[in-house]
Ligand binder design. Structure first.
Ligand code: DGT
Ligand code: CA
Ligand code: CA
Ligand code: ZN
Length: 580
């Protein structure tokens, strides 16, 4: 179990204890321990052999230590399992609904013994929730809306979370003898920003023997974190994880792996178009093979590449398979050269302890150098972001000084001095022109007043773009995936202004932002707007999240020439001053 999983289990236990109406002190101790573990720099698995170090962490006492030992040795927590047995596993899903806290859930349970989404919705529709103590009609309406919202965005997960679950499953599967290959398919393999359910394909000698395959399915059921089996067949098992995520695992004979990968990677509309093409060429394409229509003879199936080749197409990378022109491009050898992580020479959006980051300038620089970058930029917040301790003019100048000193001291990486300056409601920037002029690059971002009218927000962004100091716009739409929509504005007008002013747009790679999104990135490219891919790191460990940005860039058909931070340091510095 990694720290995230441990913290998750502790939070759930706290919620369940609260539903169980236990002593508030005990409940709080679980929440505090979960928070402490989330903030740890080291994995509990590494520390568990040194109990003294763990006990030194505020929030972890003797009792919690023994819980941690139990979790790591058993992969579960007895107390958690007992509470789930006493109530219902579906309680955990209810807890994810905004505004349905443990107290309300406990109240509904004690009156009606209902603990699932559909059940609570029915009670609300029948007006039975308003009748409960301390409830009312307004509260009931709020619960109904929260359940509907949950259904709308709920049930999807961030790409990062899906990837973590897929890696754990792979690790578990790889312990079983006779497996040659484990590969994710579906939206995860295509790199979509969110994933509905996980599709995983498994192949190897054990998949062609009935007895072995049954044993494999038994082994899969032992996966830590598995909550319930939804369906089970000869070659397939579907189950739900504690997080609520559904997983479909399919076992395949090795000679069908390519056809299955092609089919289950999707997208559905890519597959439909590909199958039509196959039919026109006298083939049938299925999840088992590509065959000839006339005599059903097999043409390809073991490898995906063969299928595309037989259909007279260049190989189409999974990220492009959305039926948005990729098949036509592959037919005329016109697929773009897609950017890869090694094309990037620097990451130029990161925060330090001067504002709301958790690492110092030197720590960030060392981590960026270790990542293999030639350059980086420190870009802390400006004063309008008061809760982040944003910099005013004077502190910003001092900060530039410190960045220049670190740059002189630290070998092997160029450190640019930058800032992430707030775009104020009227489009002015939050620091003086004379201070901004000292910066190597200026990221201008909206962090306040998201609810302006679209026309006003459009003007605000265009005004920021027209400021001669602005190098790029940070996380341009402001969305937070699964939590907050983009603020409304005219993306086309903003991109045109960016193009006119040689101002770049950021692709913020942080997994819950991915902003600009793939669709907007492709629009930007079509309009000649350059992109900068950044992590917006607040800790050295965040630098590796750049790969989520790379995947979105690939989905948007971007190549190295579309992205400014593939340039060497001197050219990049000029680009930040609008010269390219
Ligand atoms: P998700 O799970 O909502 O994030 O999206 P996907 O793309 O993973 O969709 P999912 O899990 O329903 O199905 C996985 C893949 O299986 C999908 O991308 C394409 C293939 N597939 C599923 N149903 C159909 C179908 O009815 N026709 C075709 N041609 N392919 C399908
Ligand atoms: Ca899926
Ligand atoms: Ca699926
Ligand atoms: Zn920001």
């Amino acid at each position: 179990m990694d720290n995230r999983a441990i913290a998750g289990l502790l939070y759930e236990t706290a919620d369940l204890l609260e539903i169980d109406n236990q002593d508030s002190f005990r409940i709080r101790s679980y929440r505090r321990a979960a928070e402490a573990i989330e903030a740890l720099d080291q994995q509990v698995t590494e520390l568990i052999s040194e109990p003294k170090k763990l006990l030194a962490v505020p929030g972890i006492g003797k009792g919690m230590l023994s819980n941690l030992q139990e979790m790591l040795s058993q992969g579960r927590l007895q107390l958690h399992a007992e509470l789930l047995g006493k109530y219902r596993p579906s309680m955990l899903e209810l807890l994810k609904v905004q505004g349905l806290g443990p107290k309300t859930i406990a109240l509904i349970w004690s009156a009606h013994q209902v603990a699932d989404l559909d059940g609570v919705e029915r009670l609300a529709l029948e007006g039975k929730i308003r009748a409960l103590p301390r409830m009312g009609e307004k509260h009931e309406q709020k619960i109904l809306k929260a359940i509907q919202d949950y259904r709308r965005i709920g049930g999807r997960f961030l790409l990062e979370g899906a990837e973590i679950q897929a890696n754990k499953l792979s690790e578990h599967l790889s312990k079983f003898d006779g497996i040659d290959e484990i590969t994710p398919a579906g939206s995860l393999r295509r790199g979509r920003e969110t994933v509905g359910d996980l599709d995983v394909l498994v192949t190897g000698a054990c998949c062609v023997n009935d007895g072995e395959r049954r044993r494999l399915l038994e082994h899969i059921i032992q996966l830590p974190g598995l909550m319930e089996v939804i369906a089970r067949g000869d070659n397939k098992i579907s189950f739900r994880l504690r997080s609520g995520m559904q997983v479909d695992v399919r076992t395949l004979p090795p000679d069908s792996l390519g056809a299955a990968m092609q089919y289950f990677t999707g997208s559905k509309s890519h597959n439909v178009a590909l199958r039509q093409r196959a039919l026109k060429m006298g083939f049938t394409l299925s999840e088992y093979s590509l065959g000839r229509l006339e005599d059903n003879s097999r043409v390809a199936g073991a490898r995906e590449e063969e299928i595309y080749a037989q259909l007279k197409l260049d190989y189409i990378p999974p990220e492009l398979r959305e039926n948005t022109g990729e098949i036509e491009a592959a037919e005329r050898a016109g697929l773009p050269e897609l950017i890869t992580e090694t094309d990037l020479q620097g990451d130029v959006h990161m925060h330090t302890v001067a504002t709301d980051g958790r690492s110092t300038i030197a720590e960030m620089a060392e981590a960026a150098r270790a990542h293999g970058y030639k350059y980086m930029a420190i870009t802390d917040h400006s004063k309008n972001l008061a809760f982040a301790n944003g910099l005013d003019d004077r502190r910003a100048l001092e900060h530039i000084q410190r960045i220049r000193e670190a740059d002189a001291e630290i070998e092997g990486i160029k450190i640019f001095a930058g800032v992430e300056v707030d775009i104020l409601p009227d489009g002015e920037l939050d620091l003086s022109d004379s201070v901004l002029a000292e910066m190597d690059l200026v990221i201008a971002s909206v962090h306040s007043q998201f609810n302006q009218e679209a026309a006003k927000m459009t003007d605000r962004l265009i005004r920021a773009i027209e400021n001669p100091h602005t190098s790029l716009i940070g996380h341009p739409t402001g969305r937070i995936l699964l939590r907050r929509d983009a603020y409304p504005f005219d993306i086309d007008a903003v991109l045109k202004a960016a193009q006119r002013n040689n101002v770049a747009m950021e692709l913020n790679a942080y997994p819950d932002r991915l902003d600009l999104c793939d669709r907007h990135l492709r629009m930007a490219k079509e309009r000649g707007v350059k992109i900068v891919i950044n992590t917006d790191s607040h800790h050295t460990s965040h630098l590796e999240k750049i790969r989520y940005g790379i995947v979105q860039a690939r989905r948007a058909w971007l190549g190295p020439q579309d992205v400014l931070n593939t340039l060497p340091p001197e050219l990049f510095a000029r680009a930040m001053k609008h010269v390219w």
